[in-house]
Design a protein around this ligand. Structure first.
Ligand code: NAD
Length: 289
């Protein structure tokens, strides 16, 4: 029987724990505050910002959305990031992507001090992660780990295969798996014979950003499959109508019958990612002087 890894329920448990810790932090005069900077008017970023604010407020975290116009200069944007970095009332800072053309997202993210970098995107946090030290881990990679641990608490010596090597998901995920004593293979666009690697996996974690990349031919029976990919695609339904669906990097219908456990898309890694952002925010608040 395939087990469905229910991201919503994992996220609900984490958020309950976060809410309890927020209450404790407030008693100690350390009310957590998440500052989210959004530059320009990208509709997807705006929708994510609204949903993020709802999630934060639901657990008692103050959410400040700093909206800057698309014409903001690099100097003005940098100055706003620096103000937030220096503000003792702000525990965590994140930058909504994309930023408008002339601005450099990486340069702006680097202005976030490591202890306020709740998305775990700064070189300092990624460096700490690589060193096996305590760090604010990138939320999506940490969320994939939470989903995996929900069905495989002990990863020691297990073969984990990660498909994807982006700085924000694939690489930190491999580092988190190594820290949990898994044996890790990392695949990417230049990997030859992808299926040879993925078929050797006991745990397959896919963050390729390629809809439906992984099918039955890539998976042996009994694999735990974590699908990080999210894509909006248009398909023709049973009535011949065009409908929009959210799908992952894994062909769920083919792979689920083989897998020991699998995350659905939507409802898998996605909801847990938001919960990890909230968890990083209270960790940041707890550590700040
Ligand atoms: P990315 O495009 O930056 O990186 C994709 C990686 O996959 C690259 O390293 C590339 O080498 C590898 N790859 C691409 N095609 C491949 C192939 N055919 N074979 C082997 N390797 C291949 O993407 P990303 O930012 O790491 O995101 C990955 C996916 O995760 C995307 O679908 C994104 O939408 C999704 N995502 C989900 C969440 C969430 O909360 N669930 C958050 C962030 C990203």
């Amino acid at each position: 029987m395939t087990r469905l890894i229910d991201g919503k329920s994992i996220a609900a448990t984490i958020k309950q724990r976060v809410a309890d810790e927020v209450a404790q932090l407030k008693k100690r005069g350390r009310a957590p505050c998440l500052a989210a900077v959004m530059i320009g008017d990208d509709p997807a970023a705006a929708s994510y910002a609204r949903s993020q604010a709802r999630h934060a407020e639901a657990v008692g975290i103050e959410h400040r959305l700093i909206e800057l116009p698309a014409r903001t200069s690099p100097e003005q944007a940098a100055a706003r990031m620096d103000e937030l970095a220096a503000n003792p009332a702000v525990s965590g800072i994140m930058l909504h992507l994309p930023v408008p053309g002339p601005l450099d997202a990486f340069a702006l993210q680097q202005r976030i001090p490591a202890h306020k970098d709740v998305e775990g995107v700064s070189p300092a946090n990624l460096g700490l992660l690589a060193l096996g030290r305590e760090a604010l881990a990138p939320c999506t990679a940490a969320a994939a780990m939470e989903c995996l641990r929900a069905v495989t608490p002990d990863l020691t010596g297990r073969n984990a295969v990660v498909v994807g090597r982006s700085a924000i998901v694939g690489k930190p995920l491999a580092m988190l798996l190594l820290a949990a004593n898994a044996t890790v293979t990392q695949c990417h666009t230049r990997t030859r014979n992808l299926a040879d690697h993925t078929r050797a996996a006991e745990m397959l974690l896919v963050a390729a950003g390629a809809a439906g990349l992984i099918g039955a031919e890539h998976v042996v029976p009994g694999t735990v499959v974590i699908d990080v990919g999210t894509h909006r695609v248009t398909v023709i339904d049973a009535n011949g109508l065009e409908v929009t669906r959210t799908v992952g990097d894994v062909r769920f219908d083919e792979v689920a019958p083989l897998a020991a456990a699998i995350t659905p898309v939507p409802g898998g890694v996605g909801p847990v990612t938001v919960a990890m952002l909230l968890q990083n925010t209270i960790r940041a608040a707890a550590r700040q002087k």
